[in-house]
Design a binder for this molecule. Structure first.
Ligand SMILES: *Cc1c(COP(=O)(O)O)cnc(C)c1O
Length: 371
């Protein structure tokens, strides 16, 4: 069968195979398996790409968020505001700091955190708000930061938004953001990896220390830390792929525009709702997420999968309806937009190498499934 995966990691590897091979040879020769020159070079190159002063490579995106929160002073006894519709890791990282996650609903069109709801949720114990730049589109961080009291930090979860910007501002600019290089992300490693991005030298230093057993010099432990470092082999992969990230994002944008066009008939028929890009948003289309109307979403996904099309759901349950966060005491109905999205959304295959023919086939099969 003609398989169309959600993300084509084989096609992505083919583009960098030679650079990865020669880079691996360099690391095997110098045995800098953790940290080392490849990691430093990647940190410099990614900071330049992201438009921030500091990039600290760490072990994964969940650690990156926890580290960014901790470096911003978040810990036990605090509250952290975050959207109910996000990958579970956002809430998991908050919980790991010892702080209590405080959930808010999303905008029904962009699926980004509802800004006014986040401000309403800020109380005396709030130490941070975590906007999630979901699906490749940045939340309005500047508006949020301007409205928050100075004791509340904005810590951005930019795991899905590598290369994205809002009104010309990229994640971490003037603040602090975490990102993930999980293999399926726009910039993906060949294993786990992540980074903290910031213009704040003090918080960058603190992240570096906490992630290295509490100190940057060997056997000097200034704060209680843990181990979350970036490997040299992963840095090789990330450097090789970073060179093609901007072009890959441009290709994703073109593919998203093509889906918009191919789906226009289903939109007119009231069967699907297209993703909405906010004004001033430079979207990098980590995921192309539609809502299906008048059909059982899980059945539609099942039919697409049965035809070899790797449609997915990001994510089938909002944080408050997962067993892991049942202790927060919410019920269905508390965050109606997040719940409605979780019931109806579906992600179509999208990656830089996807062809017009593949997209046409996805839409044909989708139309059949909705018939
Ligand atoms: C992928 C992702 C993470 C976690 O990243 P890992 O590298 O898998 O730990 C956190 N938040 C969001 C929104 C993500 O998509």
């Amino acid at each position: 069968m003609n398989q169309i995966p959600l993300v084509d990691l084989k096609a992505a590897h083919a583009e960098v195979a030679e650079d990865v091979r020669t880079g691996f040879e360099r690391v095997l020769a110098n045995t800098a398996f953790i940290g080392g020159e490849e990691v430093r070079a990647f940190e410099r190159e990614y900071a330049a790409f992201a438009g921030v002063a500091h990039c600290v490579g760490v072990a994964n995106g969940t650690d990156a968020l926890e580290l960014a929160l901790r470096a911003s002073g978040v810990g036990a006894g605090h509250e952290v505001v975050l959207p109910a519709n996000t990958f579970i890791a956002t809430a998991g990282a908050v919980a790991r700091t010892g702080a209590r996650p405080v959930l808010v609903d999303c905008d029904p069109d962009t699926y980004l955190m509802d800004g006014p709801a986040a401000l309403d949720a800020v109380g005396g114990a709030t130490r941070a708000v975590v906007p999630v730049h979901l699906y490749g589109q940045c939340a309005d961080v500047e508006a949020l930061a301007a409205a928050l009291p100075p004791r509340v930090a904005v810590v951005e979860d930019a795991a899905q938004s590598q290369g994205a910007a809002r009104d010309g501002r990229s994640p971490g600019r003037g603040g602090i953001a975490s990102t993930s290089f999980y293999p399926g992300k726009n910039l993906g490693a060949y294993g786990d990896a992540g980074a903290v991005l910031t213009d704040d030298g003090e918080r960058a230093g603190l992240v570096r220390a906490i992630a290295n057993h509490g100190g940057v010099a060997k056997y000097r432990h200034d704060v209680a830390g843990f181990n979350s470092r970036l490997d040299g082999l992963q840095a090789v992969v990330l450097r090789a792929k970073l060179a093609g990230l901007a072009a890959g994002n441009t290709a994703r944008r073109a593919a998203a525009a093509r889906y918009d066009e191919l789906l226009s008939g289903l939109v007119a028929a009231g069967r699907v709702v297209l993703p909405v890009t906010a004004a001033g948003s430079a979207h990098v289309w980590h995921l192309y997420v539609i809502r299906v109307l008048g059909a059982d979403r899980d059945e539609v996904v099942g039919k697409l999968n049965a035809e070899g099309i790797g449609a997915g759901v990001h994510y089938p349950a909002p944080v408050h309806l997962t067993p892991a966060f049942a202790h927060l005491g919410h019920r269905r109905g508390d965050f109606p937009h997040a719940e409605e999205a979780a019931d109806r959304i579906l992600s179509l295959p999208l990656y830089p190498q996807i062809t017009a023919d593949q997209q046409q086939r996805v839409v044909d099969v989708l139309a059949g499934a909705l018939r």
